[in-house]
Write a new protein. Structure first.
Length: 157
């Protein structure tokens, strides 16, 4: 597999390109095709949501998100993830991915639990073990902490 968009800087576009390479001619790639060693520069910004339709739960959380979250949220159910965190905002449109069955990317600004203004981009990518239903969602997100003069009101996700 070739390196996803080596000149592209935006995480969401590089991760989308990797997802497309994994999918090949299928609608969705299989979860076991995700290879952290193939995307080492992106893996720390990734997370995985198992059983997204019935009981969504974080099965993997990269180190960047653990740090931004202020701890390790691996194993938390969807409804337990604090919405005023980068991870919570990034997961907030899971329903759109499940309804549409396609990758969805989103970016916005918000004030997190530490009072920092964050400008972020995120992407959620459906995966399927059986090729018929979405069984796992691969996510990726990163942000820029805004300066004092850039801080915004807390917009809705």
């Amino acid at each position: 597999m070739t390196e996803p968009h080596p000149r592209e800087r935006r995480l969401v576009l590089r991760l989308l390109d990797y997802w497309r390479q994994m999918a090949g001619d299928c609608d969705w790639p299989q979860p076991e095709t995700v290879d952290p060693q193939a995307i080492p520069d992106m893996w720390t910004f990734c997370f995985m949501i198992d059983d997204p339709k019935r009981a969504p739960r974080l099965s993997f959380v990269g180190d960047y998100h653990k740090e931004m979250y202020g701890g390790d949220p691996t194993g938390l159910a969807f409804h337990e993830v604090n919405k005023d965190t980068l991870l919570g905002r990034s997961m907030s449109y899971l329903g759109d991915v499940l309804a549409k069955g396609v990758p969805v990317t989103y970016g916005n600004q918000f004030v997190d639990l530490q009072g920092r203004g964050l400008l972020y981009r995120s992407i959620l990518l459906p995966l399927s073990a059986d090729g018929k239903t979405i069984s796992v969602v691969l996510g990726g997100a990163n942000c820029r902490i805004l300066g004092q003069d850039e801080v915004i009101e807390n917009p809705q996700p």
